[in-house]
Design a protein around this ligand. Structure first.
Ligand code: NAD
Length: 253
């Protein structure tokens, strides 16, 4: 028995990195998946690779009309909605003195407001379902602990952590069949951090420096985070809601 058979899941940021690995794994385990991203070329290519249990839909997570269209089109195309992975995200490598207002707004809008809009429209679509629904919001270890870089990223990921608890409590208190949890990866080898791996930090490559932050001695892979996301979308995690799931190679230990 496949682990998410019969479920339809939207994955924002599904065209790349952790989102793409999640799309591949969810389809392999029986789900129908909407690869939802602003990158049409990569999203289309992934949906084509995954076959008729996947579709690409253009999504800009900061645009509410775009969410309404993707959620509505998903229900029409696949007959329902049972899960959402809020994976779209951006980062800017600045500190509190060098961050412009524009940088802060951009990162906070995509990573914070984008997750709120996704949660809102997934709850509206799933609250009347008989079948269980699950929302997985990708935060970060930087939503759990501080770091003196990327203030907008840290602030947005902290917001995602508590927004997830808010959504979980709202749904639980109203008897909606919807769980909501946050995932907190350490540094994962995806296109998002590729530029940082080439930088020089404290006489090391960025890769060596980042690897050194992890007691396990390496960066994580997108597939390792996708495994956790699969568990949270599946009914195997049916007693987990409003919780923080850390996969960070020991960073927060
Ligand atoms: P990635 O850059 O490989 O993928 C991010 C995807 O989000 C891209 O396909 C991009 O097109 C999409 N996206 C960006 N803005 C969008 C928008 N406005 N609307 C729709 N799609 C948009 O990055 P990743 O590393 O796979 O990151 C996935 C999530 O995991 C992000 O939320 C990120 O913050 C988080 N995360 C990543 C790491 C890491 O080290 N890579 C660590 C912790 C958390």
């Amino acid at each position: 028995m496949a682990r998410v058979e019969g479920k339809t899941v939207i994955v924002s940021g599904g065209a790349s990195g952790i989102g793409a690995a999640s799309c591949r794994l969810l389809v392999r385990e029986g789900a129908k998946v909407v690869v939802a991203d602003r990158d049409a070329a990569r999203g289309d290519a992934l949906a084509a690779e995954l076959g008729d249990r996947a579709a690409f839909m253009a999504l800009d997570v900061v645009d509410e009309a775009s969410w309404i269209k993707v959620v509505g089109d998903t229900v029409v195309r696949f007959g329902g909605l049972h899960g959402l992975v809020n994976g779209a995200g951006v980062g800017v490598a600045t500190d509190v003195e060098t961050s412009s207002l524009g940088d802060f707004r951009h990162v906070y809008r995509v990573n914070g407001l984008g997750v709120f809009l996704g949660c809102k429209h997934a709850v509206l679509a799933m609250k009347g379902n008989a079948a269980p629904g699950s929302i997985v919001n990708i935060s970060s270890v930087l939503g759990l602990r501080g770091m003196g870089r990327s203030p907008a990223y840290s602030a947005s990921k902290g917001a995602v952590r508590l927004l997830s608890k808010n959504v979980a409590l709202h749904c639980g208190q109203r008897g909606y069949p919807i769980r909501c949890n946050s995932v907190h990866p350490g540094w994962i080898d995806t296109p998002m951090i590729a530029p940082r791996l080439e930088m020089t930090v404290e006489n090391m490559t960025g890769r060596q420096w980042l690897e050194g932050l992890h007691p396990i001695g390496r960066l994580g892979t997108a597939e390792e985070i996708a495994n956790l996301i699969l568990f949270l979308i599946s009914d195997e995690s049916s007693f987990s809601t409003g919780a923080e799931f850390v996969a960070d190679g020991g960073v927060t230990a």
